[in-house]
Design a binder for this molecule. Structure first.
Ligand SMILES: [Zn+2]
Ligand SMILES: [Zn+2]
Ligand SMILES: [Zn+2]
Length: 332
């Protein structure tokens, strides 16, 4: 059973997941990913290499776990957290721990081994987003779970260990620190001004225009004012909304279109960099209406070095204004 432990100084929870030690290449950072279609557990025809699916879209029908799927969601074979069991929050002297209850799933985005978010169609990406939503809506019924993060690591340097396009979902019994920071910030801004900080950012950036990468009817892609990483890009719905999974269909379509073109721009401008894509959405607790869901896309162009670890400061060598210009100049 994985375990959650709380650092008594910072209050940060850590997942101690010793099961994952089974993965032989976990500690060999930067090693190229292995295998092609023949050994790929995500390719059609290899369904028996993954745990049984929890969701699949089959446009043309077909039995569960058969090869006819368009998008397929399976539990992670090496889960960081597990669904069975009870939370059993307990103290150990001054320390706090709880069982690592949660879910860890893999969304296989396409049956095509080589397709990426830049080469998939908008409809195909929208289907992946619908799968994200369907899993979040299902898992959030479990009252033990407080937060679900959906993310994608593309490329070895971003942490992907398989080439075949996939995203991951982790459902947690706690709200992670990075989201608490955003929530606290949004709450502070709201208490002071009675406005959403993200709506304010949108208004100001749209007025100035210098950091707007692209806009469509539903979504605005921008370089944040103080990005931690070069070419960090946020995709925000224009309309204030707290939760990703409650977005109407047209926003999903707009988001799919925007993801496709932002990833396409990054690929052209930065030679198909590894990247992380993370959905930030409100946790399943009260008093979070001032939060505004969004997607963050971060190309992995630099490695966190000793300075970041030592000081807690990020050093970003590219200004967001310059990043915006570069991304905007790409002809799609
Ligand atoms: Zn494959
Ligand atoms: Zn807002
Ligand atoms: Zn965020």
């Amino acid at each position: 059973m994985p375990e959650l432990r709380k650092d008594p100084v910072t209050g940060r929870w850590v997942i101690i997941s010793t099961d994952r030690r089974k993965r032989p290449n976990d500690f060999q950072f930067g090693r190229p990913t292995i295998g092609g279609r023949e050994t790929c557990p995500f390719c059609p025809g290899h369904e028996e290499l993954t745990p049984p699916e929890v969701l699949a879209y089959r446009q043309n029908g077909g039995a569960p776990n058969s090869r006819s799927w368009d998008v397929r969601v399976v539990p992670n074979k090496f889960p960081a957290l597990q669904v069975e069991g009870t939370i059993d929050r307990e103290g150990d002297g001054m320390f706090d721990r709880m069982n690592g209850i949660g879910a860890h799933e893999v969304i296989i985005e396409t049956p095509d081994h080589d397709k990426t978010f830049a080469t998939m169609s908008e409809t195909e990406i929208a289907r992946v987003l619908s799968a994200y939503r369907a899993r979040v809506l299902d898992l959030k019924q479990d009252r033990r779970l407080k937060y679900i993060v959906v993310f994608k690591n593309f490329g070895g340097a971003a942490g992907a260990t398989l080439d075949h396009g996939h995203s991951q979902l982790i459902a947690l019994p706690i709200v992670p620190e990075y989201l608490k920071e955003e929530l606290d910030g949004a709450r502070r801004h709201f208490e002071e001004k009675e406005r959403c900080v993200f709506c304010d950012i949108l208004r100001q950036e749209q007025g100035a225009g210098r950091r707007i990468v692209q806009e469509n009817a539903d979504i605005v892609a921008l370089s944040p004012y103080a990005p931690r990483f070069p070419f960090e890009t946020w995709l925000l719905p224009r309309r204030h909304a707290t939760r990703f999974e409650e977005a109407p269909e047209h926003e999903f379509e707009g988001l799919a279109r925007m993801i496709r073109s932002v990833v396409g721009r990054m690929n052209r401008a930065l030679e198909s960099p590894p990247f992380n894509l993370i959905v930030h959405s409100a946790p399943f607790i009260d008093g979070v209406d001032m939060y505004h869901w969004h997607v963050e896309i971060i190309p992995r162009l630099t490695r966190a070095a000793g300075f970041e670890w030592g000081t807690g400061f990020y050093i970003n060598p590219t200004s967001p204004e310059e990043a915006t210009q570069v991304l905007r100049a790409v002809k799609l």
